[in-house]
Write a protein that binds this ligand. Structure first.
Ligand SMILES: NC(=O)c1ccc[n+]([C@@H]2O[C@H](COP(=O)([O-])OP(=O)(O)OC[C@H]3O[C@@H](n4cnc5c(N)ncnc54)[C@H](O)[C@@H]3O)[C@@H](O)[C@H]2O)c1
Length: 718
């Protein structure tokens, strides 16, 4: 029986210990004196670990996004026994060091984790140990433990960092990396030959640490680095020392042009031409790499990329592929590389890209066939994730924008690592068979299976004109919430920028200022979509304005303005977007926000109503013309959307209220009263219709107009 003191103790420590494993992973402020409870120690251990991780993860050359992991060991009170237990806090699976919070840490009992050594069945069955980690969790365990947990637990140092620094990977992938490590670091940093991450790698590193207490860390062949220290600061200092000394060695000993000389004719195009060509190629490339599944693109013309693409060794090195597991899981084993100079005509470049894509798919399928065993997961798709176009830049692809961007960032890490390796030696990544073992690892497959189901519009790129206000803004919000990347285009650039920022910034939405009545502005909108996300799949022709005047009062200018913005503007947008959609070959959606007034004839509405009728017929004409490309064209006919509408706020509301003989503030209620459903129509209701038309359920519908007017019998479609 525990004595009374122990019970009291246990209660105090129960609070202290449960919380770190729950949501926050840190201790609550109980207002008690923590000096004798171990809470302070735990707080500082976790806080120090998180702060160190954030510092290390802030620089992508120190470790790539979501790459590497860090840990700390410490003592806490077990709420069950009231006695001390040793714990390991380690970054959980899939987390990112730069943005790590206590909730991203897995918390394990060190005694149980280390006891696994006694039941370890050997390297052939090391994957089983991952499931065993669950039996070592402390409390609710926090985040899911990653494959590298063994390394952190088995190394007998209080603090451990495992990182993927470019300079470290340069050593790790140098043909004579082991000798160079010795030359650079002596016995301070040792070499551990390539081994797939797992329990055995943890045992190997722990053995090196035990045998060489003077060492501060290791270079992991083909992979990255691991460093350790008695304190958090010492561990971080050791990580940084390895990276700094590796880079200094590369800088002082490396050859001047590791990637060989610049190939004449393959120099980068001037910026404006580069961007123009990138925008023209992006939809074609996106269409090709979406053969197995739709992908979103990211483009960069980072100087490091352009330099690599201009050099003699480009093709030889690109063919060797990336090495660090984190890199090739996102970049695919190797990129696709255009072998034409930027002076080639666009037609020739496109034709060659098509040939190279066919060859890439055949090569990838052959790679799968070469290494697949009967229990391998099925092939995940043979399209490239990275496409390199000399003189122009790098296109990277993924299921969503974030994945596409990160794939590109990883390839820049890989370029840095290749440059370092070639500077001091010869770049020699891990064997292709090992890459296959990781790419089609059962544990990797399980991780992918755990990924959340994509949203209905994930992978689709939307362009919403007039997206800065009212119905357009509500539509942009809805499309983004359903997973689409959104280009918010508006004559008011600040309104577009505010909307894009609200939607979540460049991984979700970008802004373009522009007037839909100008063909060159419209080209700019579509170009922005191509550069930001790779193309366009879904266009919402929403930009509009309204002037309520009788026939006799309507000026020529009134007429022209409304027809310019709505009839001509949506024609220009549809035309520019259809060009891109046809180049992509992925079908598409064009939705017109028309109006009840395209069918209903009321007073004082001749210019607006006629412009809306023009838009309504464009829906039918384009549905008839674009069907063969899988492009569906539909319309939404709203009515009486007063709240949130800039049109109503800027005069139209007052004019309509005057027409109906009511105060302006009662207009919304007035419109609601005259509907069949007696409901007010809000911008979100119109956005709902756009979503329904484009999310997939109406895949066999084109040329349709959906009224969103709460029921106006006079506007029924016949
Ligand atoms: N509000 C309604 O009751 C209602 C009813 C039927 C149809 N509509 C139609 O819905 C659309 C949106 O209306 P809203 O009520 O949200 O209006 P709104 O004024 O709130 O939004 C219109 C947006 O379009 C932008 N815009 C205007 N002219 C442009 C141009 N030339 N180029 C680029 N952007 C331009 C504006 O800057 C504004 O951000 C319009 O086409 C309108 O005719 C509205």
């Amino acid at each position: 029986m525990p004595n009374k003191d122990a019970l009291l103790h246990t209660r105090v420590r129960k609070d202290a210990l449960v919380t770190p494993n729950a949501e926050e992973g840190r201790l609550p402020d109980t207002g008690r004196d923590r000096s004798d409870t171990g809470e302070n120690e735990m707080m500082s251990t976790v806080d120090e670990l998180v702060a160190r991780s954030n510092r290390l993860g802030a620089d992508p050359t120190t470790t790539n996004f979501a790459g590497g992991n860090t840990s700390a060991k410490g003592v806490a009170i077990d709420p069950v026994t009231g006695t001390e237990v040793e714990l390991l806090w380690v970054k959980g699976s899939g987390g990112d060091l730069g943005t790590l919070t206590p909730a991203g840490l897995a918390v394990l009992r060190l005694d149980r984790l280390r006891a696994l050594v006694d039941v370890y069945p050997g390297v052939e069955r090391e994957d089983e140990m991952v499931a065993a980690f669950d039996y070592c969790l402390h409390g609710r365990g926090g985040a899911a433990p990653s494959i590298d947990t063994a390394m952190h637990g088995l190394v007998e140092a209080a603090h451990v960092d495992h990182l993927h620094p470019d300079a470290g990977i340069a050593f790790a992938t140098a043909a004579d990396g082991e000798a160079l490590t010795k030359e650079c670091f002596g016995d301070r940093v040792l070499w551990v030959p390539w081994r797939r991450p797992g329990f055995q790698l943890g045992l190997d590193i722990a053995a090196v640490h035990r045998a060489h207490p003077e060492a501060i860390g290791v270079i992991l062949g083909g992979h990255g680095i691991t460093a350790w220290g008695a304190t958090s600061d010492e561990c971080e200092a050791h990580s940084r020392e390895i990276i700094r000394r590796a880079q200094e060695f590369i800088d002082s000993r490396g050859v001047a042009e590791p990637f060989g000389p610049v190939m004449p004719g393959f120099e980068p195009l001037p910026e404006a031409q580069r961007r123009e060509r990138a925008a023209a190629l992006a939809p074609v490339i996106r269409g090709l790499v979406s053969t197995d599944r739709r992908q979103v693109g990211h483009f960069t013309d980072d100087p490091r990329v352009l330099d690599f693409l201009s050099r003699a060794k480009l093709h030889e090195l690109a063919a060797l592929g990336t090495s660090c597991p984190d890199h090739f899981l996102r970049t695919k084993v190797r990129p696709m590389v255009l072998d034409l100079p930027p002076s080639a005509s666009l037609e020739d470049a496109v034709a060659r890209l098509r040939e190279l894509h066919t060859a890439y798919r055949a090569d990838y399928a052959a790679y799968y066939q070469r290494y697949a065993t009967p229990d391998s997961p099925p092939m995940r798709g043979a399209d490239p994730a990275i496409v390199l176009v000399p003189g122009v830049g790098m296109f990277s692809f993924g299921a969503n924008k974030q994945t596409a961007r990160v794939a590109g960032e990883y390839y820049i890490n890989a370029i840095n690592a290749m440059r370092g390796a070639e500077a001091i030696s010869r770049y020699e990544p891990i064997d292709e068979s090992e890459k296959f073992r990781i790419e089609y690892w059962a544990l990797e497959e399980a991780k992918l299976a755990r990924a959340p189901k994509p949203k209905p519009l994930t992978g689709r790129i939307a362009l919403v004109t007039g997206g800065g206000s009212g119905i357009g803004l509500a539509t942009a919000r809805r499309l983004a919430a359903e997973g689409a990347c959104v280009v918010v285009a508006d004559r008011s650039a600040p309104a577009a920028e505010q909307a894009a920022a609200e939607l979540g910034g460049p991984d979700v939405a970008v802004a373009v200022g522009g007037d839909v009545t100008s063909a060159s502005d419209v080209d700019g909108m579509v170009r922005a979509a191509a550069l930001a996300y790779g193309g366009v799949d879904l266009v919402v022709n929403n930009a509009g304005l309204s002037v309520s005047k009788s026939l006799l009062e309507t000026t020529e200018e009134d007429w022209d303005r409304q027809h310019d913005v709505m009839a001509k503007g949506s024609f220009l947008v549809s035309q520019a977007a259809a060009r891109v959609m046809i180049a992509q070959g992925l079908g598409g959606d064009i939705v017109y926000i028309v109006s009840k007034n395209s069918v209903f004839a009321g007073p004082n509405n001749v210019a607006y109503g006629a412009a809306k009728a023009d838009q309504a017929h464009q829906v039918r004409l384009l549905a008839a013309e674009l069907g063969e490309y899988g492009i569906r064209v539909n319309g939404v006919n709203p009515d009486g959307v007063v709240r949130g509408s800039g049109i109503f706020a800027s005069g139209w509301g007052a004019q309509r209220a005057a027409v109906y003989g009511i105060p302006e503030e009662e207009l919304g209620a007035f419109y609601a009263k005259r509907t069949l459903l007696k409901r007010e129509v809000l911008p979100e209701h119109v956005a709902n219709a756009v979503f329904v038309l484009t999310a997939g359920e109406l895949s066999h519908t084109t040329g349709l107009h959906i009224p969103v007017d709460a029921g106006v019998a006079a506007a029924f479609l016949r």
